[in-house]
Design a protein around this ligand. Structure first.
Ligand SMILES: Nc1nc2c(ncn2[C@@H]2O[C@H](COP(=O)(O)OP(=O)(O)OP(=O)(O)O)[C@@H](O)[C@H]2O)c(=O)[nH]1
Ligand SMILES: [Mg+2]
Length: 400
């Protein structure tokens, strides 16, 4: 389906235009009613389909949660309670991972008490304790998270797979371990459960008066980003009007869970190329969320440098100073974005049946820096995205 919403809303060329002002006024009234009717017409019942793509942990499911918060009244108390086992599991996985890596990285615990706490945690099964957490478990987790050795291990967590929200949950452990605990919206946004199937969320969004008013239904599809999940993606390619590709800017110093020899950012760039060149998505608009820039900034403040993983960054920074580019975080953001822009400008030949035919694509790609856990940020960005998808300019040129 071609999405030319505004074209449908635009009043038909008026044959009466030259007949006189009275008729023009009548036409204006007619157009006004037409626009009002259009907002109720079945045309508005055709959903705009958006597909979320990206590597594992890039933030796709977090965007789905945000749509729910922004457009479908968020989570009920029961739904919040249902998230408790997931959050407990996130905490358990995080502390187990940290304790397990101490020996691998050759880091000592700060005290004998912490060593005993580590033995206790390692003696437990991989499954998180059930609600309510027992006091002994809570004391050991808290003691470990306050241990200097564990903190040193956490500071090197780019060297092993650790949940991005580990610090958030461990910092909030006292509140979460409380028997009356009900997950907050922020807790839900930070929780992580790997996506293995395909899910979708539908919601209606008000359209600005300047674009005809009324409402439009959006349908957003979420898929799993791990390598063994990507063969399922093709099932949802048909009829997609826009792909929202998520890439995590913070993962320049991390390797994949599924292949510890492969740099995560390199993998994301490779995947972006495959999506950009995919012939089944050639008529869909492409919007990139350069996500997790909060974590990227934190890493840079802690002394990490992208140049240690992408040596070409050094030459990139020799370019003349760019507008609004003041510090290393800005340069790093620009560098990652430029990598994506370069990919969209590569001339490509068809190497496989999934790629579009030869030549550089005239399609445009749109970029946003995002923090998917920040509802305000996603509200603003999605507002732009939605306007862009619905705008005739984009529909007429490149997106659709
Ligand atoms: N700090 C921070 N955390 C984020 C951000 N985006 C996502 N996260 C966290 O990163 C983790 C992974 O996010 P998900 O949304 O589950 O990632 P995904 O892309 O759906 O991953 P798969 O289902 O494996 O494909 C979750 O714990 C999120 O809370 C962000 O911008 N900043
Ligand atoms: Mg997911």
């Amino acid at each position: 389906m071609k999405l030319r919403l505004l074209r449908c809303l635009r009043p038909q060329p008026s044959k009466q235009a030259a007949i006189g002002q009275k008729e023009s006024e009548l036409q204006a009234v007619h157009d006004h009613h037409l626009l009002k009717d259009m907002s109720k017409s079945p045309f508005r019942d055709t959903p705009v389909k958006i597909l979320l793509l990206g590597t594992a942990e890039s933030g796709k499911t977090t965007i789905i949660k945000q749509m729910r918060i922004l457009h479908i009244n968020g989570f009920t108390d029961n739904e919040r309670r249902e998230k408790i086992p997931e959050i407990y599991q996130n905490i358990h996985d995080s502390i187990l991972q940290l304790v397990g890596q101490m020996g691998v990285l050759g880091i000592d615990f700060g005290s004998c008490t912490s060593e005993r706490s580590a033995d206790y945690i390692l003696s437990l099964p991989g499954l998180a304790p059930e609600w309510p957490m027992n006091e002994e478990y809570c004391d050991h987790v808290m003691a470990l998270w306050n241990d200097v050795g564990i903190r040193a291990c956490y500071n090197r967590s780019n060297e092993f797979p650790l949940l991005d929200s580990a610090k958030y949950f461990l910092d909030n452990f006292e509140r979460i371990s409380n028997v009356d605990y009900i997950p907050s919206t922020e807790d839900i946004l930070h929780s992580r459960k790997i996506t293995t199937g395909i899910s979708q969320i539908s919601f209606r969004v008000s359209i600005p008066k300047s674009m005809g008013g009324g409402e439009q239904e959006f349908r957003m599809y979420d898929v799993g980003g791990q390598r063994d999940q990507r063969n399922k993606w093709i099932q949802v390619f048909e009829g997609i009007q826009a792909v929202l590709f998520l890439i995590s800017c913070s993962e320049f110093d991390q390797n994949l869970r599924e292949d510890p020899t492969q740099n995560r950012l390199q993998e994301a760039l490779k995947l972006f190329r495959a999506v950009w060149q995919n012939r089944f998505l050639a008529s869909a608009g492409l919007i990139v969320f350069l996500n997790k820039y909060d974590i990227m900034e934190r890493k840079i403040r802690a002394g990490k440098h992208i140049v240690d993983y992408f040596p070409e960054y050094e030459d990139f920074c020799k370019r003349p100073q760019q507008d609004n580019c003041f510090d290393e975080s800005d340069w790093t953001k620009l560098f990652i974005k430029q990598k994506l822009v370069d990919i969209t400008q590569e001339p490509f030949k068809r190497h496989s049946r999934n790629q579009v035919d030869m030549g550089t694509s005239e399609r445009e790609c749109y970029y946003h820096f995002t923090v998917a856990t920040d509802t305000g940020c996603i509200r603003d960005v999605f507002c732009d995205v939605q306007k862009m998808i619905l705008s005739e300019n984009v529909a007429g040129t490149s997106l659709l």
